[in-house]
Design a protein around this ligand. Structure first.
Ligand code: HEM
Length: 405
């Protein structure tokens, strides 16, 4: 990718909203060269694509923004990934991947995790409270969700930081333009993560436990006996996907929730004065600066959408983040307002691929906002104010949040 293309993609990732607004106002769909895809920007069109799953395949849902170099690919060949996962499969294959997740993320299962969420949330605040300032992304937003999803899956807490590191490297490799030597280094880190997850997968085949990982092994490799290499590849791909889907997104929304609550401090004060507004604050944070800005779909046949004819094989970028700012759906969509009556947003997608972790994500954000507003009502930015947003469309988040109280 040349320098200019890199800069254009970077600018779009840091602030996609002006492009979305133009695309929503335009006739038909808008082709966006930086994304190499047609942008589906209106709420009604986003829902239509997600409803028509047989015409809009998920096979390339997570197609990387950047294709790694052949040398980086060669390193990745020593790992276990690369197989279709729940996000990137359709029809019966998708249902097969999805079934253990529905069971493992049921209301009852999520309920069992909540005492842990509340305890860890309080302990993380205990750690930084005496210092009077905190960089919240590192000290809290990155930690709580990864510990929670690690526990859900069944990872030993000592392995969670390594899994976070490996996931971040995987994301950098596939979504950030890196020089070749950095790509190779990132690929080695990703392979290390694969081997770590593979050891878990084999362990759960030998000795199942009461965790989601055991449920995935049981569902994806139901016949007894040692796992085949293909099964290990499939399982590692899906466990890695679940770990990433479960933590980066929630980390992002914790970050943006504080960014906007403190950015207009009346909103924060309102939350502190009226604790019952936490539920609408959670929904507004999810809607206003949607963590997963969009995923791709590929047409399986010629399809007309919003008047634009898309030949078979066309790639569309389904922009949940734009739908959630659609003035046809939400009043004053560009205003962050926790007093608005929650409207149905698409922050968790919609339809067959709709997020199975939405309840767990909402509960983590609710518990976080309840605890912070009770314990640190004086919370505010330190002098320099909020920093930049991370350049990514798959977990939109502030790079840092330096706060005091
Ligand atoms: C605020 C946090 C979260 C947001 C914004 C979010 C958003 C989304 C979205 C938009 C999708 C739909 C993808 C598509 O249309 O292709 C999705 C799918 C998914 N999410 Fe979440 N998610 C969050 C948290 C979680 C958590 C906590 C978990 C698990 C612990 C999780 C696991 C998944 C999985 C496995 C899928 C794929 C489902 C499928 O393809 O059938 N997510 N998420």
């Amino acid at each position: 990718m040349d320098r200019e293309a890199h800069d254009r993609l970077d600018a779009l990732q840091r602030d996609p909203y002006p492009l979305y607004a133009r695309a929503r106002a335009a006739e038909g769909l808008t082709f966006v060269p930086e994304l190499d895809a047609w942008l589906v920007a209106r709420d009604a069109d986003v829902r239509e694509v997600l409803r028509r799953a047989d015409e809009f395949s998920s096979v390339q849902a997570l197609r990387p923004d950047v294709i790694p170099s052949p040398a980086a690919f060669a390193v990745l060949a020593g790992g276990f990934g690369g197989q279709p996962t729940v996000v990137s499969s359709d029809g019966p294959a998708h249902q097969r991947h999805r079934a253990p997740l529905n069971r493992g993320l049921s209301t009852g299962r999520v309920g069992e995790l909540l005492p842990f969420v509340a305890r860890r949330s309080a302990e993380l605040i205990d750690e930084f409270e005496p210092h009077g300032t905190v960089e919240l992304v590192e000290a809290y937003a990155r930690r709580l969700p990864s510990e929670v999803v690690g526990r859900l899956i069944g990872l030993d807490p000592v392995d969670v930081p390594a899994a976070v590191y490996g996931s971040n490297r995987a994301e950098q490799l596939l979504f950030r333009p890196l020089p070749e030597d950095e790509q190779i280094a990132a690929a080695h880190d990703v392979v290390e993560l694969h081997h770590l997850l593979d050891s878990y997968v084999r362990d759960r085949r030998a000795a199942p436990r009461d965790d989601l990982l055991s449920g995935m092994v049981e569902a994806l490799a139901p016949e007894p006996g040692e796992l085949t290499l293909d099964q290990r590849h499939e399982l590692v791909s899906n466990v890695q996907n679940l770990f990433i889907a479960g933590h980066l997104t929630t980390t992002a929304v914790i970050g943006t929730a504080f960014l906007h609550l403190l950015g207009d401090r009346r909103q924060w004060e309102l939350l502190c004065e009226q604790p019952e507004s936490v539920h609408s604050a959670v929904e507004e944070a999810l809607r206003y600066d949607t963590a997963v800005q969009g995923f791709r779909r590929t047409t399986t046949r010629e399809v007309t959408l919003s008047g634009t004819v898309l030949p078979a094989g066309s790639v569309v970028f389904v922009a949940y983040g734009s739908a959630n700012r659609d003035e046809q759906r939400h009043e004053r969509p560009d205003v962050f307002d926790i007093t608005r009556r929650p409207t149905r947003h698409v922050a968790f997608g919609y339809g067959t691929h709709g997020c199975p972790g939405s309840q767990l994500a909402r509960e983590q954000l609710r518990i976080t906002l309840e605890l912070f507003s009770r314990r640190l009502p004086g919370l505010r930015f330190v002098d320099e104010g909020p920093g930049e947003m991370l350049p990514t469309l798959i977990h939109r988040a502030p790079e840092h949040l330096h706060l005091t109280w």
